[in-house]
Ligand binder design. Structure first.
Ligand SMILES: *Cc1c(COP(=O)(O)O)cnc(C)c1O
Length: 365
C-alpha cells in the first residue's frame, strides 16, 4: 500500500520490528539510558543547545504544552495564520484565556514577514508570536528564518508548530531564534502517533517561571526535573513508541540530517514536476511549496472524493483531501518520512489512470 497522507506516515521494517518489544520498567535504569540517548540525538536534529522533551500525546498536545507553559491568561499573542493549523494554534491560545490577535494570510499563500513586523510595531503589548512552519493543510512552508528574525527584533517569544516539518525540512531552532518548537512522531519521524517532541530555549524558561495558565500533565518544569534527576518522564510514557523513535533516531543518524533534508527536497521537486506533467496545477506558488506535502488544485470537473476512492480501492494508494474550506477544492500528497522517489512514481502512475475516471479530462502527457 502507498499511504501518502501527511501523517501517520509509513514505518520502515526496522522500526516495525521494534514495536513488538516487551515492556520495561519506565522507572528503571534501562529506560533512563534510553531517554537520555534519545534526547541527545533529538537536540542535534532540532539543532538546539536548549532542552528537548519527549511528551506522550499527539502534536496538538505539544501545541497546548507550548502555550500553557509560556503564557498567562490575558497575555496578548500574535498568531500568524495561513491555514487550518494556524487557526488551531490560535484556538488553543484563546481557549486558555490569551488575548489573541490573528494575523491572517490567504490559504495557499505564505506568511509575509514584513506584515509580522508591522503588526508587532503596531502593538508593543504582544508577548508571543505563534506560527506554523509548514502549513500541512495548504502545502505551504513559511519563511520561518525571516519571521524569526523579525520576532527577535522585537524581543518577543516565538512558538513554532513544526509538526510536519521538523525531521524533514531544515529548521535550525537556535539560529532562527525559536523559543519553543513542537513536532510529532507520526509525521517526518517514521514512527506511530503518540509522541510530541518539544524544544525549550533559555528565554522560554524565563517565561515558563512566570506563566500562570493552568497546567499539570504538560508542565515543562516537571519534565525537566524528572529527566535530569532520574532519567524519567513524570507520567507513564507510551513505551512502544519510545522504542520505535529510538530506532528511527538511529536511522536519522545513519542517513545524516543534511541528507534527510536533501531527500525531501528531491522528492518534493519530483512530486510537483510529476503533478504538473499530468496537467495538474498546484495550490500554492512553487516558491513556498512544501517538501513534505503537495497540495494539488482540483481542476474543473474533478470529483475529489471519487478520485480518492478510486485510488484507495483500485490502486492501494491513499491520499488526503482538503480540510475545512478546502474540501473538494484540493487533494494532498504526503511525502514525508519514509519516502523515496520511486514511491512518488507509483502514486503518479495511479493518478494517471484514476484522474480521467474521476472526471478530469486531462492535459497530461
Ligand atoms: C498533524 C499536524 C497537527 C496536529 O497534530 P496531531 O498529532 O494530529 O495532534 C498540527 N499542526 C500541523 C502543522 C500538523 O501537520
Amino acid at each position: 500500500m502507498q499511504l501518502r497522507i501527511p501523517g501517520p506516515t509509513p514505518i520502515p521494517p526496522e522500526i516495525l520490528n521494534v514495536l513488538s518489544r516487551q515492556m520495561i520498567n519506565h522507572r528503571g535504569p534501562q529506560f533512563a539510558e534510553l531517554i537520555q540517548g534519545m534526547t541527545a540525538i533529538l537536540k542535534e536534529l532540532f539543532q538546539t543547545k536548549g532542552d528537548v522533551f519527549i511528551l506522550t500525546g499527539s502534536g496538538t498536545g505539544g501545541m497546548e504544552a507550548a502555550i500553557v507553559n509560556m503564557l498567562s491568561p490575558g497575555d496578548k499573542v500574535l498568531v500568524v495564520s495561513n491555514g487550518f493549523f494556524g487557526e488551531r494554534f490560535a484556538d488553543i491560545a484563546e481557549g486558555f484565556g490569551a488575548q489573541v490577535d490573528r494575523l491572517r494570510f490567504e490559504w495557499g499563500s505564505p506568511v509575509d514577514p514584513e506584515a509580522v513586523r508591522q503588526a508587532l510595531a503596531r502593538d508593543p503589548g504582544v508577548r508571543a508570536v505563534l506560527v506554523t512552519h509548514n502549513e500541512t493543510s495548504t502545502g505551504v512552508t513559511n519563511d520561518l528564518g525571516s519571521i524569526g528574525a523579525v520576532v527577535k527584533e522585537f524581543e518577543k517569544l516565538l512558538l513554532v508548530d513544526a509538526i510536519s516539518s521538523l525531521g524533514a525540512i531544515d529548521l535550525p531552532t537556535d539560529a532562527w531564534g525559536c523559543d519553543v518548537v513542537v513536532t510529532a512522531s507520526q509525521k517526518g519521524w517514521m514512527v506511530p502517533p503518540g509522541l510530541a517532541m518539544v524544544s525549550v530555549s533559555e528565554k522560554a524558561w524565563q517565561a515558563q517561571a512566570k506563566a500562570r495558565m493552568p497546567k499539570y500533565y504538560w508542565d515543562f518544569a516537571k519534565a525537566k526535573k524528572f529527566l535530569e534527576e532520574k532519567g524519567q518522564t513524570p507520567w507513564t510514557p507510551c513505551l512502544s513508541v519510545f522504542f520505535a523513535l529510538a530506532a528511527a533516531l538511529e536511522l536519522f543518524q545513519r542517513e545524516g540530517l543534511p541528507n534527510v533534508v536533501a531527500r525531501h527536497v528531491r522528492v518534493g521537486n519530483k512530486t510537483r514536476q510529476a503533478a504538473k506533467a499530468l496537467g495538474l496545477s498546484l495550490f500554492p506558488e512553487d516558491s513556498c511549496a512544501s517538501n513534505t506535502v503537495t497540495a494539488v488544485r482540483a481542476p474543473e470537473g474533478l470529483d475529489v472524493k471519487k478520485l480518492l476512492a478510486i485510488l484507495r480501492e483500485e490502486h492501494n494508494v491513499v491520499l488526503s483531501g482538503g480540510q475545512q474550506m478546502l474540501e473538494g477544492k484540493i487533494f494532498r500528497i504526503g511525502h514525508l518520512g519514509y519516502v523515496s522517489e520511486s514511491d512518488i512514481d507509483e502514486v503518479m502512475a495511479a493518478l494517471r489512470v484514476a484522474l480521467p475516471q474521476a472526471g478530469f479530462a486531462g492535459g497530461g502527457k
